[in-house]
Design a binder for this molecule. Structure first.
Ligand code: PMP
Length: 353
């Protein structure tokens, strides 16, 4: 229960509900889109080395990690912002570009935090419905009068726009920031990082949580024009300048030094995704075309909530959203082939029962 001291403007906030992280037993955990493989070689050693220096503050400029990201993506340090998870960047972006009554647009079915941040920062927002087939119609985002946030690939559908489609949206909104959330881009969608040199209103956000197996380290980054990066820095220096800790900075640099390992894991996950989608279709599921490390699937005549609960009872955790249009779907993170076998076995036993 809230205390009576909480500012009245926060008492009616609808907060984001993170996926479960239960501790009652060991689950086959396919519910929060974590990477099933461990972090790259060198990450653990780098983190351990840095842990011995925790008496010192971290570098507020994050110079070494930003330089490593700049080299990896062919931009300059001034075009890179790093933060304590990409959620932090999304929040800063809503604050910087949509807060205080400005307008904001995002899809009605997308990452749930967009609505929370819009509410929290006082944006006047409109959620644009996906098409009947759950795809985003780029025409809906042309010539708008406010900040735009799009996850590409979208979550929880996994469906992606092409780079050309995103470019058309960015080009048609020159007076507003377009944020492209590429949390899942390394699993097969076209990244728009290469467009950031051409459009000063494009903010591309990525994370180390998914393709680099570092969800627990909390490390996100943005690539954009110098001006947009300076805007984010301004908010950081008005709130928490040490928002990326020493251990995570060192781990991030080490992860980039072995990025071939990370991208190879992405390739394995894409392979498992393809095989798993085929398997689910064989079992009678409709599976949306995913470019991410998860599948969004439903089966006619089978209640999504029931399937989620029965899977949990069998030790397999997936994500179910009790929301209009998608309550009969499950979002299933692509794990190792062994984890997916456990999922299919459990589904089979539920359907037969
Ligand atoms: N964007 C999307 C679309 C996501 O699904 C997530 C993960 N929940 C995030 C951003 C945030 O990821 P993180 O804060 O771990 O970088």
């Amino acid at each position: 229960m809230l205390s009576r001291y909480l500012s009245s403007k926060y008492q009616s906030l609808q907060v984001y509900t993170p996926g479960e992280q239960p501790r009652d037993m060991r689950y086959v955990k396919l519910n929060t889109n974590e990477n099933p493989y461990p972090p790259a070689p060198g990450v653990v050693e780098a983190a351990a080395r840095e842990a011995g220096r925790l008496e010192l503050y971290s570098d507020p400029v994050c110079a070494d990690l930003r330089d490593a990201l700049a080299a990896r993506y062919g931009v300059s340090r001034e075009n890179v912002y790093v933060s304590n998870g990409s959620d932090d960047i999304l929040y800063f972006a809503f604050m910087a570009f949509a807060g205080g009554g400005a307008k904001a647009y995002f899809p009605d079915i997308s990452y749930g935090f967009y609505r929370v941040y819009a509410d929290f920062t006082g944006a006047e927002y409109r959620q644009i419905p996906l098409r009947e087939d759950f795809s985003i119609d780029p025409a809906d985002y042309m010539n708008l009068d406010g900040f735009i946030a799009i996850a590409n690939p979208n979550a929880p559908t996994g469906m992606a726009l092409s780079r050309a489609q995103v470019e058309a949206i960015v080009a048609s909104n020159p007076n507003h920031v377009v944020l492209i959330d590429e949390a899942y881009v390394d699993f097969g969608a076209e990244s728009c990082v290469s467009l950031t040199g051409k459009y000063d209103n494009l903010l591309v956000v990525q994370t180390f949580s998914k393709s680099r197996s570092m969800a627990g380290a909390r490390l996100g980054f943005a690539i954009a024009s110098e001006g947009l990066i300076a805007d984010l820095e301004r908010i950081k220096y008005s709130t928490n300048p040490y928002n990326v800790n020493r251990v995570t900075l060192a781990a991030g640099i080490a992860a980039l030094e072995s990025d071939g390992y990370n991208m190879e894991n992405c390739r394995r996950i894409v392979e498992t995704r393809k095989a798993s989608a085929a398997r689910l279709k064989d079992m009678g599921f409709e599976v949306l075309p995913s470019s991410a490390n998860f599948l969004f699937a439903r089966k006619k005549g089978v209640d999504g909530g029931m399937l989620y609960r029965e899977l949990k009872a069998r030790g397999v955790l997936v994500r179910h959203f009790d929301a209009p249009r998608i309550s009969d779907f499950l979002r299933i993170t692509v794990g190792t082939p062994e984890q997916m076998e456990a999922l299919f076995g459990a589904i089979q036993s539920i359907l037969e029962g």
